[in-house]
Design a protein around this ligand. Structure first.
Ligand SMILES: [Zn+2]
Length: 126
């Protein structure tokens, strides 16, 4: 349980705000006060935040180093974390090594436990 909580804390940054997307523009509104924390506009089908956006909001909307590192891990076919760290040393230095856990890799490396050998054999066919 604590490992999951640690992973969630390392992955997500939360801000008490809502992001409202409209056809031509968007804005981030703080919950409770309704104050606008940032605005944005749409270009070529994507919403872009303006430069007036609060740094806390920008941090919450961008991905964390761990999230980026795990994305590259998956994109490169679940490459080993050590080799990926050599490819992206700046990103590797920003993540905690104990947070580098990939469930798919763990399942892939898992082996079935063997049956205990037995001297008892059936005398009759099934
Ligand atoms: Zn993996």
């Amino acid at each position: 349980r604590s490992a999951v909580a640690r992973k969630v804390r390392a992955t997500f940054v939360t801000v008490p705000a809502t992001l409202r997307l409209f056809f031509h523009d968007c804005f981030v509104q703080e919950l409770g006060t309704g104050r606008r924390l940032g605005t944005g506009s749409m270009h070529d089908g994507l919403h872009y935040l303006d430069d007036n956006t609060s740094p806390a909001v920008a941090a919450a909307l961008s991905s964390s180093p761990l999230e980026e590192f795990m994305l590259q891990h998956r994109r490169l076919g679940h490459i080993s974390f050590v080799i990926l760290g050599e490819l992206y040393p700046n990103l590797f230095n920003k993540v905690r090594k104990e947070d580098l856990v990939c469930d798919a890799c763990l399942y892939g490396k898992q082996i079935r436990s063997t049956y205990i050998l037995s001297d008892h054999r059936s005398d009759v066919p099934l």
